[in-house]
Write a protein that binds this ligand. Sequence first.
Ligand code: NAP
Length: 272
Amino acid sequence: MVTGAGGLVGSALVATGEVKGLSHSALDICKTDDFERALDVHQPAFVINAAALANVDRADGVPDLAAAVNGHAPTALALVAARHGVRFVHLSTDYVLDGPQHHDLSESMTPNPKSTYARSKLMGECGVLDAGGVVVRLQWVYQPNGGGFFNHALAMMARGERIRLVTDQIGCPSPASLVAKALLVIAKNQGTGIFHLATGGEATAFEWIEAGALAAGIPLLADAAKRADFDGAHRPARSVLNCDRLATDFGLRLPHWRTALQTVMPDGDAGW
Ligand SMILES: NC(=O)c1ccc[n+]([C@@H]2O[C@H](COP(=O)([O-])OP(=O)(O)OC[C@H]3O[C@@H](n4cnc5c(N)ncnc54)[C@H](OP(=O)(O)O)[C@@H]3O)[C@@H](O)[C@H]2O)c1
């Protein structure tokens, strides 16, 4: 069973055809009783909580809601799932770590959240782990034609509009469809604690969109910019998840981000 099934990761999980997806309108994760009823109705072997207030900038304006959805609700759901003997897999973010920049970030590093969003996500992590659930940290998730920054950038350039892309923010762009398949492996197996899940290598936002434009046959109408040129919530400068634990425990390693991007880009004219 997947909560937040209408979102980017949730819909990729539903697209695998292996899960029962409950969108926001079908289940508000802040309503613990409704979640318990859903467990009774669907009798899932596992739950993946893909519901979140995931808009980093929006969270700054609604800290109480961010804490409720990203912190308190996952904690309560994990406790209910544990009582029912159902494995609970909760999605989190590299933003809870935020450095040091010269290292790839391992699961054992001390968290260092620097935004409302990151603090609320860390709250959820702690509650879920205390309840015996599993936390999977993701980063830079996208899906061609799936909305979000990646598609917005390509669509603007396809319309002939120039965009600005930062060269001082580094991560691992990870397609939702590959993330979803890996999440199912984690959900169907044993093992608790924290797992990092991302593609290999590292990219600046500029390099990522440049590669996407090349693969889509769209001219690169982009100027290099710095993160400081933009407003909005704090984001880590270099955030590269070390995913060795996933390889060791589950034999899972996502490809290099450039290979992954080629794998998921649609053939032919995608109508950007
Ligand atoms: N996308 C990324 O790059 C990224 C990176 C790192 C970590 N993550 C983590 O991955 C998870 C999934 O993110 P995503 O990118 O798929 O986000 P998303 O596209 O915004 O999806 C989140 C979904 O949760 C729903 N939701 C919000 N509040 C809810 C509530 N109270 N009850 C039930 N559903 C609710 C949203 O519905 P509404 O639209 O109706 O609000 C939305 O459908 C999150 O935990 C996020 O922190 C994502």
